[in-house]
Design a protein around this ligand. Structure first.
Ligand SMILES: NC(=O)c1ccc[n+]([C@@H]2O[C@H](COP(=O)([O-])OP(=O)(O)OC[C@H]3O[C@@H](n4cnc5c(N)ncnc54)[C@H](OP(=O)(O)O)[C@@H]3O)[C@@H](O)[C@H]2O)c1
Length: 248
């Protein structure tokens, strides 16, 4: 696979493009016209996402490394990714519920959360970052969560989700250090989208003031503004939807 990218089409890639936030990010990046094509990678084809001159889709299950590898091969056939956003994630469902107390800690559930929220995005980076160009700026952003901040943890609870996002943050920071050596124009960051009205947050929205509950489009617009403003000097950071730095 090429890693130089001279003259090849510039792509945006959204991993988890079938999700609330991923779908909105993918759509907005098509609308922006900033990329020759937006590549959606997800288990299911995103609603209304038809392959064409500006859009492509491939099935990827981030829990299977060989599936990520075939997604990366597909991306490489289309061009060079200059923006990669990993918008997959899991908080609850399928026997998984955020723990209110240490009594609820369960090794299988913790393992599942780490696999989806931390290990899988790191493997996505392993296979997609080598496709980013050396001659241009690029950005790899993983959607993390403020609750993954150790410094910001005052409420406790949600052990597995918090810890898996903290692990994701460490992967991002470590990837950024390695990326700087081979691709000094590359940016690698963790991002917090705010509280967004999606399937993931739906069971936990009680008590969230209306003005603090973003639509997926609002959150995606905010995150794209943040990403567009970041440069190589910002690599390795953890940013919120409003551009502010979040403590690790
Ligand atoms: N919503 C919020 O308030 C909020 C707040 C802070 C952070 N976040 C983070 O934002 C990101 C996006 O979440 P969202 O709110 O948009 O939730 P969502 O609508 O539930 O989207 C999550 C996506 O992850 C995908 N996914 C899960 N396991 C996968 C796998 N093995 N392979 C491929 N895709 C997989 C899901 O695909 P399937 O449909 O195939 O399962 C789904 O498309 C997550 O990282 C989440 O932790 C969200």
């Amino acid at each position: 696979m090429s890693d130089a990218g001279f003259g090849r089409p510039s792509l945006a890639v959204v991993v988890g493009a079938s999700g609330g936030l991923g779908r909105a990010l993918a759509e907005l990046m098509v609308e922006s016209g900033a990329y020759e094509r937006v590549v959606a990678l997800s288990r299911q084809r995103p609603d209304g996402w038809e392959d064409g001159a500006r859009r492509a889709w491939a099935a990827v299950d981030i829990l299977k490394e060989e599936s990520i590898v075939s997604g990366a091969r597909f991306v490489a056939t289309l061009g060079v990714p200059t923006r990669i956003v990993v918008a997959t994630g899991r908080l609850s469902g399928l026997g998984l519920a955020p723990e209110k107390s240490m009594r609820a800690l369960d090794a299988r559930v913790l393992g599942d959360l780490f696999a989806i929220n931390a290990i899988a995005p790191a493997l996505v980076a392993k296979h997609l970052l080598p496709l980013t160009p050396r001659d241009r700026t690029s950005l790899f952003g993983a959607i993390s969560a403020r609750v993954g901040s150790i410094g910001d943890n005052r409420l406790g609870g949600w052990y597995g989700y918090r810890a898996s996002k903290a692990a994701l943050n460490m992967f991002i920071r470590t990837l950024a250090i390695e990326l700087r050596r081979a691709r000094p124009l590359g940016v690698c960051v963790a991002l917090h989208p705010g509280t967004v009205n999606t399937a993931l947050s739906a069971p936990f929205q009680a008590g969230v003031p209306a003005e603090k509950l973003f639509s997926p489009r609002q959150a995606a617009e905010a995150l794209l503004r943040v990403m567009d403003a970041l440069g190589p000097g910002d690599t390795g950071g953890f940013r919120a939807w409003d551009g502010s730095n979040i403590p690790w």
